[in-house]
Design a binder for this molecule. Structure first.
Ligand SMILES: [Zn+2]
Ligand SMILES: [Zn+2]
Length: 349
């Protein structure tokens, strides 16, 4: 099989040819039809995340190079290990990549994506920038319905990320207000999902009037331009004391601050974007306002199943996805890093 592997952090990926693996035990071999190129791949490829204040988080540990990144994988089941059950050759499946050890208390509770010994595809074990990928078990494979292959892979990452963050905001937002911060690709997917699963008045905040127009067209009840000096005041006034729940799809200092400043008493701020920076808030406000600030990282296998059911029902509008040949994967990472990509790109072997 052919893989595009990182041989050195930040350097162009190299095409490496190896024997196509034979699935062992419960493993399933999937022929990759498309793999999304994600902003987190840029950080993994560079080897670090920006933490703000000049600090960086090293993300090279537990991985030896050369390594195959890529975690937004869609493909065809081609071979099964002797103990594999629940998949049939010829089926097209979205691969859930956030795989844990399967043995610890976290994994047993269904939160494999939070496993301290994560074996995530394209992060801890070989991913989808290749023509084949080995998936440890068929339970990580989800029916993509008739969703186009380039789009389907995004549900394994941005889709389940948005879904899980919204589920965390759901109980607080229901019957009250939900504020979505950031109307980029993930935020817009979040808006569509929120309209399906949460009965709340939906506010969308962004710095870009065009994105706010798009959000209004996509069903936001209210939009707010955060560059407006009166933005915080308008949310506080319009919601009658602040938003009951907010999901920050940007994860920048300014967006988190906006969510914090517009949060109602008893409210919950869910931070899910990974832009970078740091967050600080006066401690007395936690008890006085009785607020919760919660992080959300990707989503669980159970949430992936729920999301794919919604997707197959056709109730989640597609986000635009451009496909490119897999030979362009390094160029795509560079384009993403430089901010030259609008929407998502998937590469196809
Ligand atoms: Zn991703
Ligand atoms: Zn585990």
């Amino acid at each position: 099989m052919k893989s595009h592997q990182a041989v050195e952090y930040g350097k162009p990926l190299e095409l490496i040819e190896t024997a196509t693996p034979e699935p062992q035990g419960s493993e399933v071999l999937v022929r990759v039809e498309a793999c999304g190129v994600c902003h987190s791949d840029v950080h993994l490829w560079e080897g670090s995340f920006d933490l703000g204040g000049g600090n960086r988080l090293d993300v090279t540990r537990g991985r030896t190079l050369p390594f195959t990144f890529g975690h937004e994988i869609v493909g065809e089941v081609v071979a099964l290990g002797p103990d594999a059950q629940g998949a049939t050759p010829g089926e097209r499946r979205v691969v859930y990549p956030w795989i844990g050890c399967g043995a610890c208390a976290t994994c047993s509770s269904g939160e494999e994506h939070l496993c301290p010994a994560s074996q995530a595809l394209g992060v801890g074990r070989a991913g989808g920038y290749a023509d084949h990928v080995v998936v440890p078990d068929a339970r990580y494979l989800f029916d993509a319905g008739d969703v186009p292959v380039g789009l389907a892979g995004t549900y394994a990452c941005s889709g389940v990320t948005a879904y899980s963050a919204l589920r965390k905001a759901e109980s607080r937002a229901t019957g009250r207000q939900l504020l979505i911060i950031g109307a980029g690709g993930v935020g817009m997917a979040g808006l569509a999902i929120a309209r399906e699963i949460i009965d709340a008045e939906i506010w969308v905040a962004d710095i870009d009037p065009q994105k706010l127009d798009a959000a209004r067209e996509a069903g936001a009840d209210h939009v707010v331009d955060t560059r407006d000096a009166e933005a915080v005041k308008s949310v506080m006034k319009g919601t009658g004391g602040g938003a009951a729940a907010a999901v920050d799809f940007v994860g920048a200092e300014s967006s988190a601050a906006f969510g914090w400043n517009t949060l109602a008493r008893g409210g919950k701020l869910v931070i899910v974007g990974l832009f970078g920076g740091s967050f600080s808030a006066p401690l007395p406000f936690f008890p006085i306002k009785s607020v919760t600030v919660q992080g959300s990282y990707v989503g669980s296998p159970g949430e992936m199943g729920e999301l794919m059911e919604l997707v197959r029902s056709g109730r989640i509008p597609p986000i635009p996805v451009e496909t490119r040949p897999i030979a362009d994967v390094t160029r795509t990472l560079e384009d993403l890093r430089a901010g030259r990509i609008v929407g998502r790109v998937a590469v196809r072997p």
